[in-house]
Design a protein around this ligand. Structure first.
Ligand code: NAG
Ligand code: NAG
Ligand code: NAG
Length: 459
């Protein structure tokens, strides 16, 4: 734990220096050290438990038996569950501690579309209800609760949510409860997810919530290009297929991944209004690096549900193309909580509607019991070394009148318009901070020289 913290702090420190020490892609910094490496000597195959990879046989029992065996036989060092090439249809299942779920090349673990038998679980306490619908929520396809030392990896095998049936219900507004995630860990630690493909999730792809020490690396996320996100959903705030939605968790490291999806690529959150405030569990020490993606929504998002607080987020070496908003920090009245010490650096974006958007008026409320005087505090947001071409609008920085956003630093930001021309300039209100070498030149709120402190140590 100490070691992991030390490592993250070190990388923040390193970031300061990174401005003049070039970072070579993929070499200098990685997520290693956050989760201890597990060597599993005990190995079993899903075929030993009756698993059949013909795409038709239901493998729910096979997965349950194999995982029961891992849980109750408890081999030293844990057990690897091997899934060979083939398509393994199954209902949702729970993982257990000290296991590796290994998807060989050509292995596909495919969700059934048996919605009537899909189990419901309680809502998360920090949300008070399902995110989409009141009440409980469908359990995730692959679910882990209260676990430690779990790895999902392999040779680029696929976890396939067959989400279209869920998307159709969402489109037709016939969903009774909130849709399932593809993989969710609740109250768990020492989790690694690597070298797998996530396809067609019903809802969010990977959701660590109330977790610590989570590494997500070398992942591909695919959703069809016609993802259902165009019918009247506020583009700041849809919740369709977030890649990683890291929620009230600490020491989370996401790197080296490609994402093509229909919602924010990576979102950092921490609970919803009065429920999130009461639960009070922040997201902290979140690192996101070398992520490439495309989405009609936001590339890197913080919020809008940040009621437990979000702090110490570092996103660097991000490449975004054909994207709605490059970097989006969003909250709302009633959220309470805080967003502080956020650094986003080395971002390249191409063909983007809005480069950077920081907003205090985004998102809906769980119910009418939210406290309108619970205002979020936003401080120390550093956005530096951000380059964009074909950017329609540079962006906006709009805080709250009764809780202005402070310590905003824009440094070395260059956003060019669609024809190489300067895009329309920034819109600002209720923010303060500084700007250094920013084009187009930002609003006066960020331009006053005595505010230079916000960018001190960051130029
Ligand atoms: C899976 O875990 C949840 C708790 O997270 C529990 O409610 C559910 O009964 C478990 N399902 C099975 C099939 O064991
Ligand atoms: C990333 O995943 C691919 C496909 O599974 C694999 O070939 C490659 O070795 C992985 N890279 C790392 C650094 O794990
Ligand atoms: C992994 O599989 C995905 C989807 O099939 C593919 O797009 C990607 O290129 C593969 N990655 C590697 C390293 O083979």
């Amino acid at each position: 734990m100490l070691r992991a913290l030390g490592w993250v702090l070190l990388s923040f420190f390193f970031l300061e220096a990174s401005f003049w020490i070039p970072i070579y892609y993929g070499e200098l910094i990685t997520c290693s050290g956050i989760v201890p490496i597990s060597y599993r000597n005990d190995r079993i195959s899903i075929t030993d438990f009756g698993g059949v990879g013909d795409g038709k046989t239901l493998n729910t029992k096979a997965f349950q038996k194999a995982i029961y065996r891992i849980q109750h036989l408890r081999r030293r060092g844990g057990t690897l569950l091997y899934v060979p090439s083939g398509v393994y249809l199954t209902d949702s299942f729970n993982l257990t501690s000290h296991m590796t779920l290994y998807l060989a090349q050509g292995a596909v673990i495919r969700a059934t579309q048996d919605i009537l038998n899909w189990p419901l679980i309680a809502p998360l306490p920090s949300y008070g209800r399902g995110r989409e619908r009141p009440g409980g929520r469908y359990t995730s396809f692959i679910h882990g609760d209260g676990l430690q030392d779990v790895v999902i990896t392999g040779e680029n095998g696929t976890i396939d949510g067959q989400g279209d049936i869920w998307w159709n219900m969402w489109r037709q507004r016939t969903l009774q409860f909130t849709r399932p995630n593809l993989v969710e860990f609740v109250n768990s630690k020492d989790i690694v997810i690597s070298n797998v493909v996530f396809r067609d999730s019903p809802f969010w792809n990977i959701h660590p919530v109330y977790c610590s020490n989570v590494v997500i690396r070398n992942i591909t996320i695919l959703a069809p290009p016609d993802s259902p996100n165009t019918d009247g959903i506020d583009p700041g705030e849809s919740t369709l297929f977030t890649f990683v939605h890291t929620d009230s968790s600490s020491n989370v490291c996401i790197e080296d991944s490609f994402i093509s999806t229909g919602d924010d690529l990576v979102a950092v959150k921490s609970g919803w209004d009065e429920y999130g405030i009461a639960y009070g569990r922040p997201s902290s020490y979140i690192t996101i690096r070398r992520v490439t993606g495309t989405t009609p929504f936001a590339g890197i998002a913080v919020g809008s549900e940040t009621s437990g607080g979000v702090e110490n987020v570092l996103a660097e070496n991000i490449v975004l193309y054909n994207t709605g908003v490059g970097v989006n920090i969003k909250t709302n009245i009633g959220r309470g909580g805080f967003i502080k010490n956020i650094t986003v650096s080395e971002v390249f974006m191409e063909n983007v509607r809005t480069g950077i958007k920081v907003a205090g008026d985004t998102g809906d409320h769980p119910d009418n019991n939210f406290n309108p005087s619970a205002l979020p505090h936003v401080n120390n947001v550093v956005l530096k070394s951000i380059w964009g071409v074909k950017v329609e609008r540079a962006g906006s920085m709009q805080g709250l009148k009764d809780a202005p956003f402070t310590g905003i630093c824009l440094s070395n930001v260059s956003l060019q318009g669609t024809t190489g021309a300067t895009p329309p300039s920034w819109k600002c209100s209720d923010v303060s901070g500084a700007a250094i070498e920013v084009s187009p030149w930002p609003c006066t709120e960020l331009a006053s020289p005595q505010q230079g402190g916000s960018c001190a140590n960051h130029s």
